[in-house]
Design a protein around this ligand. Structure first.
Ligand code: ZN
Length: 314
């Protein structure tokens, strides 16, 4: 189960790992705390009724299907104030009790680029996991390799995209991952990078004409989106290694941008034993129906009750 803040976080932060887990037979659940209604809008025609949150919920469904996510739980807390969201911790705890995942992924304390909503989801998710005591799933914090977004922007610019120094969602490309705590291990998702890029492109409202996600090639994605960084939270759990089975080994097989961008991973971090890159199957218990669910007073949600197409639940 991945617990994130806005539609598109699932793709950018950990889309490759979610796809790898799904490919290995895991029932992957994405929980999104808001509809992202305060985000950017690349083209007003994409939200003709002015309901950006509704448009982004549909984009989340498409992205999740691309990644093989079996269930999307879309909560409806106000975008922009998740750190103070009423009841979010209790909702997450209830979801954990229902889904009973082996592993939970959420943002690390840096919130990818110190986004207050991301930091808030990191805090609420940690608290919800702690509430489960010894029954808790293994908790993993994800962040981006420093320099990866900058590298992707430069590669995209070489193909016609906006200049690499241009803001991405109003944020400097250098901010992504810049303040991340040292990671424990990295997951090689180069083979999933094309799907990760496709998932990002499903977020049309967030990826306009000059967006690096529009211009980057699959090779660029493999180089710059092909590594995801994790740190195991020091929380009690009934589970041993889960994501560690997907961990890249010493990194000798990394190449190009991915290797360069993942250079902040220390050997022997706190992520526990590091398995070979081939990894093993990850199973995440969870038999709930495939559905996008409104979690609050969200108003009209036409079309959101349909399951994401092609999202298998193992
Ligand atoms: Zn976000």
């Amino acid at each position: 189960m991945a617990v994130l803040a806005h539609p598109d976080d699932e793709a950018l932060a950990c889309g490759g790992t979610l796809a790898r887990a799904a490919d290995a037979g895991a029932a992957v659940v994405v929980v999104c705390a808001s509809r992202g209604e305060m985000g950017s809008l690349s083209d007003p025609a994409l939200a003709p009724d002015g309901d950006l949150g509704r448009a982004r919920a549909l984009e989340l469904s498409a992205s999740a299907a691309e990644l093989g996510v079996g269930e999307v739980v879309l909560l409806d807390h106000p975008d922009g104030s998740l750190r103070w969201a009423d009841g979010l911790g209790e909702e997450l705890a209830a979801l954990l009790r229902r889904v009973r995942p082996q592993a939970v992924i959420t943002f690390d304390a840096d919130g990818l680029y110190w986004h207050p909503d991301h930091v808030g989801v990191h805090e609420w998710t940690t608290r919800a996991v702690l509430l489960l005591g010894a029954e808790a799933p293994a908790l993993y914090y994800v962040t981006l390799p420093a320099g990866a977004v900058r590298g992707l922007c430069e590669a995209a610019h070489a193909r016609g995209g906006s200049p690499p120094g241009a803001a991405l969602w109003g944020i400097s490309p250098d901010a992504f991952g810049a303040l991340a705590p040292p990671s424990g291990f990295r997951v090689d998702v180069r083979d999933q990078a094309a799907r990760k890029l496709a998932a990002l492109r499903h977020h049309h409202t967030q990826a306009g004409a000059g967006s690096p996600f529009r211009w980057a090639s699959e090779e660029d994605a493999r180089a710059w989106l092909g590594v995801e960084l994790f740190r195991r939270a020091p929380t009690a759990t009934a589970f041993g290694d889960v994501l560690e089975h997907l961990a890249d080994g010493a990194g000798d097989n990394m190449e190009g941008g991915a290797r360069e961008a993942s250079g902040n991973v220390p050997a022997g971090g706190e992520g526990g034993p590091v398995a070979g890159s081939a990894g093993g199957p990850v199973t995440v218990r969870g038999s709930g129906p495939v559905a996008v669910r409104a979690g609050g007073p969200g108003g009209a949600r036409d079309g959101l009750d349909d399951p994401p197409s092609g999202g298998p639940v193992a």
